[in-house]
Design a protein around this ligand. Structure first.
Ligand SMILES: C[S@@+](CC[C@H](N)C(=O)[O-])C[C@H]1O[C@@H](n2cnc3c(N)ncnc32)[C@H](O)[C@@H]1O
Ligand code: SF4
Length: 255
């Protein structure tokens, strides 16, 4: 029988936000080339590895966001960044004596849903030169629904997307305007439907609690609407107010 109290007692402790993995606390002094090389040298040929590719660009900055990203309305800087990322993957391929099996690939950001087809495809080719993909390789991408049209879905499908993480945060218009993230329920629903139609069977939704102008009622309403979208998982993060790390244009200090 599901014992909610036991589950709460077990999990009720702060853990690092895991929108990227390994999480930030894992990167400390001593994590450098030496450790990386020794991990590579000890890698067995059947050990699956995970790769995280960060795309640090957005076409709008949400005021709550603590992620490492940069605003751009031009595509040129993104394309140049992909040039470097492809080179980085090629460097990795030259360092290994065999192609490690890729268990999971995650594109996070920023907004990787901004990437155009050609860049996704050349990234995929570079990755295929460095890693072995198989039928079980999980390929996930963080998706800001405001960026997405059918072309984006087609390009992501061609890239191999089989798991999507869709950003919602909160559906209430007042909360959305306080965090500079206008995003209707309908747009979100349509994107999730398009993803499902394209064969993406695993969908996560990111939501946040503790945002400015959010109340318990508004949060519960957001969660109900997320549940209506029938995701496989809802990741409910506590809002981290970190203006000293990422100074966005905060309209007010939340209480
Ligand atoms: C890279 S971001 C989102 C990806 C995509 N650009 C989007 O907006 O949907 C990943 C997630 O981190 C969470 N996040 C960002 N800033 C945060 C903060 N200050 N505190 C807690 N969670 C945060 C949000 O839930 C967000 O959806
Ligand atoms: S939440 Fe997403 S779209 Fe908004 S600034 Fe952060 S990474 Fe960019």
């Amino acid at each position: 029988m599901f014992d909610a109290e036991a589950v709460l007692a077990h999990y009720q402790k702060p853990v690092p936000r895991y929108t990227s993995y390994p999480t930030a606390p894992q990167f400390k002094e001593g994590v450098g080339a030496e450790l990386f090389n020794s991990a590579l040298a000890n890698l067995g040929s059947t050990d699956p590895v995970s790769a995280y590719l960060h795309i640090p660009f957005c076409d709008r900055l949400c005021w709550f966001c603590g992620c490492h990203t940069k605003h751009t309305l031009k595509y040129t800087p993104i394309k140049r960044y992909i040039d470097f990322l492809v080179e980085e993957v090629n460097l990795f391929a030259r360092k290994t004596t065999f192609k490690p099996l890729l268990g999971a690939l995650h594109l996070g950001g920023g907004s990787p849903s901004l990437l155009k087809r050609d860049d996704l495809i050349r990234l995929r080719h570079a990755l295929e030169g460095a890693f072995d993909f198989n039928i079980d390789t999980e390929i996930s991408v963080e998706i800001d629904p405001s960026d997405v049209d059918q072309q984006t879905i087609d390009a992501l499908t061609e890239f191999g997307l089989n798991r999507a993480s869709v950003g919602v945060q909160d559906f209430h218009p007042d909360v959305q305007s306080a965090i500079n993230r206008p995003q209707s329920f309908e747009i979100t629903r349509d994107v999730i439907q398009q993803l499902r139609k394209a064969g993406v069977n695993s969908i996560n939704i990111d939501a946040l609690y503790g945002l400015p102008l959010q109340s318990k009622e508004r949060l519960l309403r957001t969660i109900d609407r997320c549940v209506d979208l029938e995701p496989d998982r809802i990741a409910l993060f506590g809002y981290a107010h970190v203006p000293w790390l990422k100074k966005r244009n905060y309209p007010a200090t939340p209480t």
